[in-house]
Design a binder for this molecule. Sequence first.
Ligand code: ADP
Ligand code: MG
Length: 254
Amino acid sequence: MTEPVVEAIDIVKWLGKGAAQVQALKGISLALRGGELTLLMGPSGSGKTTLLSILGCMLTPTGGTVRMRGRLTEGAGPEELAKLRREHVGFVFQSYHLFPTLTATDNVRLALDVRGENSARAIAKSKDALAMVGLAGKVNAFPLELSGGEQQRVAIARAIVGEPSAVLADEPTASLDGESGNAIMTLLAEIARDSSRGVLVVAHDPRILRFADRVVHIEDGCIIREERGDAALKKDQGECAAHDHDDKPDRVEN
Ligand code: ADP
Ligand code: MG
């Protein structure tokens, strides 16, 4: 088995302030390996986005640590974390997060501009990434000229153009119809075939199970179960293991 590209170790995360504090993650360990698509499934409010943000070094944990390409991030300052993100992580969000006034190429290029890439090279790489996601004919289109599925392809091109070690996608198919959602998942599964890249997809639609090499179930800030490949398709959803709850107030729903 390959070394993890990114690894969360014993992660605890408290969110919010004072009496409204919520323990969003209660001691979670999760490693993403190259060549694998991991699906993170769980109900709304279970801590999926928090875990994804911590794995992507967007959010620092209250306890535990993240190892990115073998490097421990504990104690790293904001600049250092930003550099790790730029070099190693590509994010994809449910709502695409594209700039409406920029063409597809320029939206993708943004990911390289923050790295200070020379512009001719950045444009060429961005067009290659768009071709990779099946949008060679739409490089000059603006987001509003594209369908939802096509906009999400642009977002995926932007996530992979810098050749990240980890692609982290938070409910990437939630705004799409079934067919476009399947096309996006097929694309993410293809991206995960690269042995130097791990892909994490957060979802709660069981139709996505067939695209996963591995499924991790999270509930109430704890990983309750993990399955690999076909086993994930066969098993049905189990009960959440009993967890110790502390005396903090109930979690706030999104
Ligand atoms: P999911 O992505 O699985 O829906 P989240 O990771 O967004 O869950 O949230 C986990 C828990 O943390 C939820 O109870 C949510 O209400 C809470 N939470 C998320 N963000 C904040 C915040 N900024 N302040 C306080 N609580 C938060
Ligand atoms: Mg979420």
